[in-house]
Ligand binder design. Structure first.
Ligand SMILES: [Zn+2]
Length: 163
């Protein structure tokens, strides 16, 4: 950040605190060149979207968390980073259109809905983690849904389309 007094870009942060109900970070900075102190605010880009956890806690929606969940579910499966990034992006879009706060389960379902058409093994893995199956029945119900679902649309069918 350029110092408002001398224009030097080097500064150090002397104080950081959460403000605006935890939706922004206020930082006091000190110019390393002239010593002038100034304040910056850091906020999420656009309207913040909140995730309501099972515990009732709220945290900002983080696309990267969706991707890391996908990475775990698609381990050793033929799903590319690009596909995961795209899927996470679609989920984020869906979140944006559904209001300022969503439950974490809803995000899980959005992911599952899309993952089903990409890779069935990854879908089941994600389902077992995300839905925290407590009973074997839930798992079989899920498998039942799977077999009723339409066949994957684009995975590995026409390799030429991918390039
Ligand atoms: Zn300065």
């Amino acid at each position: 950040m350029k110092c408002p007094a001398c224009g030097d870009p080097d500064d150090r942060v002397v104080d950081s605190r959460l403000v605006d109900d935890g939706t922004a970070v206020r930082r006091r900075r000190e110019c390393l060149s002239c010593g002038r102190r100034y304040t910056t605010f850091e906020r999420l880009e656009g309207e913040p979207r909140w995730v309501i956890k099972r515990s009732g806690r709220r945290e900002p929606f983080d696309r990267e968390k969706v991707v890391s969940g996908l990475r775990a579910a698609t381990k050793n499966r033929p799903v590319s980073e690009l596909e995961m990034a795209e899927l996470a992006g679609l989920v984020e879009e869906a979140m944006r259109s559904s209001g300022p706060a969503v439950k974490s389960e809803q995000i899980g379902l959005e992911v599952l809905d899309r993952l089903r058409g990409i890779d069935e093994v990854a879908y089941l893995r994600f389902a077992s983690v995300y839905k925290e199956f407590e009973q074997a029945d839930d798992f079989y119900k899920e498998v039942g849904l799977l077999s009723k679902a339409t066949a994957p649309k684009h995975r590995g069918m026409e390799k030429g389309e991918l390039s």
